[in-house]
Design a protein around this ligand. Structure first.
Ligand SMILES: Nc1nc2c(ncn2[C@@H]2O[C@H](COP(=O)(O)OP(=O)(O)OP(=O)(O)O)[C@@H](O)[C@H]2O)c(=O)[nH]1
Ligand SMILES: [Mg+2]
Ligand SMILES: [Zn+2]
Length: 300
């Protein structure tokens, strides 16, 4: 029997994966069994079946698994990530609810979350975006401003600032379509475009070149570029998890008069009091309540 080969999932597309072996080879793999439960960043052991082809036999335990979910359907985005960066821009317009959802999902996995405001070169639009991000800034989230197209390689100051935020970390980049995630990856990772083409040979027939998550190696750390998403479902989180994922609200949880306070009209609500005192931005409470309403059922 062939010995198992160790590697890391660097592309995930349905049940198809590309594993980069520790020797630096790409192997097109299927999982053993029917369910597809792997994500970019997973450390795996594969058995080669033919040159360039293999079967994934084992997956190492994960330090985190970042995913979104609707009802019972989950979508894995990245394994072993230490932080999530949600990318927004002045155009197309972005959803601040999606930002809050991503940040809450990251917090639940013990990951840091921050925001990238890209297309800073579009000055007027960037001003408006900045204003909409103010509640997140007040909540304590880091906001890194970038311009990916004006970037002159890695030396552009805004790209350097983002590279600093990524150094030594395993970061997953998420956000709505068209915000510039892949453009940022190309500015950050020399050779990213070529690597994407090499991997695409395995997974895509050209048409879907941006439809699957990809992991890139940084000089220190890794970066996962995800396909754009319009929704970020949190069906895998309870209402308590979601509340706790609002890092600015968290200090006030457990201080409401009623243990099962929903932070709406109850007297003695510590969260509403925090808003009244200017310690939590009103938009953040609005977003929290809206997400709790939308995710419905999971109240415990
Ligand atoms: N003005 C400006 N345009 C940018 C910037 N970054 C990206 N763009 C443009 O925005 C468009 C979308 O960029 P992509 O990198 O494909 O966006 P994405 O977030 O990867 O989109 P999906 O893969 O669909 O999720 C392209 O036309 C880019 O040229 C920027 O910093 N400034
Ligand atoms: Mg993209
Ligand atoms: Zn309350």
């Amino acid at each position: 029997m062939n010995p198992l080969i160790a590697g890391r999932v660097v592309a995930a597309h349905g049940r198809h994966y590309v594993v980069e072996t520790d020797a630096g080879d790409y192997v097109h793999c299927l999982p053993r069994g029917k369910r597809s439960t792997l994500a970019c960043g997973d450390r795996v052991a594969l058995a080669a079946t033919s040159p360039g082809q293999g079967v994934i036999e084992a997956v190492d335990p994960r330090s985190s698994i970042f995913h979104r979910s609707v009802a019972h359907r989950g979508k894995l985005l990245a394994a072993n990530a230490t932080q999530a960066a949600v990318v927004v821009a002045g155009e197309p317009s972005f959803s601040d609810e999606l930002i809050a959802r991503v940040l809450a999902a990251a917090a639940h996995e013990g990951m840091r979350g921050f925001i990238v405001l890209n297309k800073a070169d579009l000055a007027d639009l960037a001003d408006r975006a900045r204003a909409r991000l103010e509640p997140f800034r007040q909540a304590g989230y880091r906001i890194v401003e970038t311009s990916a197209i004006a970037a002159d390689g890695e030396d552009a100051p805004s790209i350097r600032a983002l590279a600093d935020a990524l150094a030594g970390e395993s970061t997953v980049l998420v956000g709505q379509s068209g915000m510039g995630k892949s453009t940022l990856v190309n500015a950050l990772v020399p050779g990213a475009a070529a690597a994407t083409r090499a991997i695409s040979r395995f997974l895509d027939s050209g048409r879907h070149t941006t439809s699957s998550a990809r992991l890139y190696r940084l000089s220190s750390g890794t970066l996962v570029d995800c396909p754009g998403m319009q929704e970020f479902g949190l069906a895998h989180l309870s209402a308590r998890d979601i509340e706790a994922g609002f890092v600015d609200v968290r200090p006030f949880l457990g201080h409401c008069r009623f243990r099962d306070c929903r932070h709406r009209t109850e007297p003695g609500c510590a969260v509403r009091q925090a808003v009244a005192d200017g310690r939590v931005h009103p938009r953040r409470l609005e977003l929290l309540l809206r997400i709790l309403d939308a995710e419905g059922g999971a109240r415990t």
